[in-house]
Design a protein around this ligand. Structure first.
Ligand code: OXD
Ligand code: MN
Length: 589
């Protein structure tokens, strides 16, 4: 196979020599080629074609049972020096990693086809965008990449003869857990992923490139690659304001990104638009504001819990052109089902492992869909997709929101005092373990900016990069922290969440316009209870007051915990953050 781009030619030639596929096929992005691949995947059993009347263009795929999630323990940042990966990443010396991986990739595509996928993260040709090439032996990967990114000849045309790209090599190999590695080489713009077929490990444009490699690129080039959703709120006056928000996995990011305004807000004229649900690339514009794009072209969302009430927009998005992974196959009408879709689990069904899902299984609480089962759906299907989704310049940010899952400590919302304090608030993001996960309940897991598993370099340097970015942003957004998960003594959630979260976003946006009040507390600015618009909600100002309290004793404990977490970073911890922690402690006295 011949390419105009020398770097690409070398990459393909070397990878072919290493993996020895029988055939090499370039993915040109045409519908005919993708359709032929879908047919091939169905003929081998890799995918199942679903009811085309009810779910046009939709397919079902099941991964191996040992391969259902990202594997953080087997994900490595491979650099020359350990210090450059930092204390929060698994590290391998890069030459040793190449040597080991080459041993595993050797001959791994024998008898198979290697697909060459040229893809663009971001709209093709946007100044924000970056190009990647993924080589893979999986049709499932090709078809998912064709939903999640922009693929094909147009990307090669943009790459041109000298353009640079991120190299990604993936092989399912034998799906051997013991030899499963997800390795990022940020110094070489290279990703190598082997022995997995699960999305987060193998759709290399997503976590591997758009976060791990891109965060490193962003530091070199003066921008930010963040684990953030982006949404637009159109207010009654017709103006749309944009918010980027970071939450750890399983805190309702996709739901917030596709929020449906409460009736009273909709009647007033509020509308919410989704720009992205997972990743934001953020740059400083010529006007000194921050601008964000969503580099992806689809949603790789968790299926269980998605329903007509929790997220009707996400559900609507999955009704065509979608690949479902590890959900229940409903044999009654050849469709799909998952826990939390509705109250009618199909009686004649196959579970995510490919076995009959029996009446007895259901009676015994055996789940039909894997809890991390997914849909891969085109962004353009989303009823609330933003008209700015393809805007090559991105959208201007007025607020940056951090969030976590805390039972007591964090109030419903608070605002940081300034940029450095905002970076501090992001750096101390945390979630408490719930009873749903194994292990102790209530243990605090720090997940700075929700980037713990995704930062491609030393997190101390990442904090410093965030602080430095502030110097370039002359028209700064405001920073906030939200917590939808406060509970009462019995563990009941105090805040309804979902669409009602717009009430909090509304206060946030009014703060950015200088139109809402707040009171100063030791941790930052908190709304007065009456500042949150409760119209149409069965809650009193006193209830909201409970959600907004700042318990100094709990925060003193938290400050101790932060100190312990910060100690990991040694002299890489920026002084500005140590100062912020000192200020917090002083404020709590
Ligand atoms: C994801 C995650 O899949 O953050 O988006 O785990
Ligand atoms: Mn994510």
């Amino acid at each position: 196979m011949k390419f105009e781009n020398k770097g690409l030619q070398n990459f393909v030639d070397e990878s072919v020599a290493l993996c020895t596929p029988d055939k090499v096929v370039l993915i040109d992005g045409s519908e005919e080629q993708l359709e032929a691949l879908r047919a091939e995947a169905c003929s081998t059993g890799e995918m199942i074609k679903l009811n085309q009347e009810l779910l046009p263009g939709c397919y079902l795929h099941r991964t191996a049972v040992n391969d259902v999630a990202r594997v953080e323990g087997r994900t490595f940042i491979c650099t020359e020096k350990k210090e450059d990966a930092g204390p929060t990443n698994n590290w391998m010396q890069k030459d040793e990693a190449y040597k080991m991986l080459k041993g595993i990739f050797k001959g791994s595509m024998k008898g198979r086809t290697m697909y060459v996928i040229p893809y663009s993260m971001g709209a093709v040709g946007s100044p924000f965008s970056k190009i990647g090439i993924e080589l893979t032996d999986s049709i499932y990967v090709v078809l998912n990449m064709a939903i999640m990114t922009r693929v094909g000849q147009k990307v090669l045309d943009t790459l041109g003869p000298d353009g640079d790209f991120v190299r990604g090599l993936h092989s399912k190999a034998d799906i051997d857990e013991e030899k499963r590695y997800i390795c990022q080489f940020p110094e070489d713009n290279t990703i190598m992923s082997v022995n997995s077929g699960y999305g987060g490990n193998v759709l290399l444009g997503k976590k591997c490139f758009a976060l791990r490699i891109a965060s490193y690129q962003g530091r070199q080039e003066g921008w930010l690659a963040e684990h953030m959703l982006i949404l637009g709120v159109e207010k009654p006056d017709g103006e749309t304001k944009y918010i980027a928000a970071a939450f750890p996995s399983a805190c309702g990011k996709t739901n917030l990104a596709m929020l449906i305004p409460p009736k009273e807000f909709a009647e007033k004229g509020y509308k919410v638009f989704t720009v992205g649900d997972d990743i934001a690339w953020i740059r400083v514009g010529a006007d000194g504001r921050l601008y964000a794009i969503n580099p992806e072209n689809g949603f790789f969302g968790v299926a269980p819990g998605t329903n007509a009430k929790s997220n009707p927009n996400a559900l609507a998005t999955t009704r065509r052109g979608t690949i479902f992974t590890n959900v229940v196959h409903n044999l009654e009408n050849n469709t799909v089902w998952w826990e939390g879709l509705d109250k009618n689990p199909p009686k004649n069904a196959i579970d995510w492992k490919g076995n009959p899902w029996t009446e007895e299984d259901r009676a015994n609480g055996v789940k039909g869909a894997h809890p991390n089962s997914r849909f891969t759906a085109p962004a353009k299907n989303c009823p609330c997709i933003s008209p700015e989704f393809e805007n090559p310049q991105g959208v201007p940010l007025d607020a940056i929101v951090f969030g976590g899952r805390r039972a007591k400590t964090a109030p419903l919302v608070y605002e940081a005092r300034d940029w450095a304090h905002g970076v501090f608030v992001g750096s101390i993001m945390a979630s408490e373990t719930t009873a749903a996960a194994s292990g102790a309940v209530g243990v605090v897991r720090r997940d700075p900016m929700a980037m713990l598993p995704f930062c491609g370099y030393n997190m101390g340097d990442y904090f410093a990069h965030w602080l430095e970015m502030g110097e370039k942003v002359t028209k700064k957004p405001k920073f906030f922290n939200v917590n939808w998960f406060r509970t009462d003594e019995e563990g009941h959630f105090l805040w309804p969440g979902f669409g009602d979260n717009l009430r909090v976003l509304d206060w946030i946006l009014r703060r950015t316009e200088g139109k809402a009040d707040a009171v100063e507390t030791p941790i930052g600015y908190v709304p007065r209870p009456e500042d949150i618009d409760l119209s149409g909600l069965d809650m009193t100002t006193e209830d909201v007051a409970d959600l907004l309290t700042v318990d100094k004793e709990l925060w003193k404990e938290d400050a101790e915990n932060i100190e312990g977490f910060y100690a990991k970073f040694g002299d890489k911890l920026p002084k500005a953050l140590a100062d912020e922690l000192a200020t917090l402690k002083k404020n709590l006295e």
